[in-house]
Design a protein. Sequence first.
Length: 294
Amino acid sequence: MVSARGWVLFAAMSVIWGVPYLMIKVAVGEVSVPVLVFVRSAVGAALLAPLALAPASRALLRRHWKAVAAFAFFEMIAAWLMLSDAERHLTSSLTGLLIAAAPIVAAVLDRLTGGERLGPVRVIGLGVGLAGVAVLAGPSLTGGGARPVIEVLLTATCYAIAPLIAARHLADVPGPALTSACLGLAALVYLVPAILTWPTHALRAQTYWAIAGLAGICTALAFVVFFALIREVGAARSLIVTYVNPAVALLAGVLVLREPLTWWNVAGLALILTGSVLATRAARVAVSERAVDQ
């Protein structure tokens, strides 16, 4: 039985991880991708550092520095670069829907790297999910917009690889410490590119708000709330958020930015979510239970 606090945390995470695509879309209209990734990483790292970097945590981070660097590369450094660049050309709603393919990619990668065998139901789920990706990506690919779609799908792949690294090599590192360290590393990587492309003009108020919300709410606060959700309802149940975020991204883009809502969007969302549930239903408990100690 989920408590009232659990439902509040679940609702908060559904929104917090459903609206970053909207904020990115607003921000990349006025700032460069390196500037956006740098500010998001630096502010997130600064806000989380007081909660995370205890001496014991620092020792664990040093011990696992290779895995920490790999996690940071896939979860933030590469993923946020491609995601932000793609949204210069794609709607925020389509981006959020395509990212929903991450659990499907994770199921495949888990099997290819020695994870659980894919039974008939999970194979069907993979097929259904991939059909959803094709429904969403097809019009953009045929219309000459292949690069941003590929960038988003590569971002989904990065989001699938990072949890596997965390579950298999960083299980003893506390989540807030891992997140803060990786954000700090991402900020260092993008420091010089951000300086070289720093905006020389005043930004619109909505752009400042978008960047602040992305860094403070969708990055720093998001991880704090997510770890609280895991403690409240358990790791397995907390993953249900993954299936709600794309719908929130779709609604946010349509209602706030007046992006078009098409039957292709709805059909693709339904297929991807159905496929994700089927493809990950046997593995999500095992993976999340390994991740709960992070």
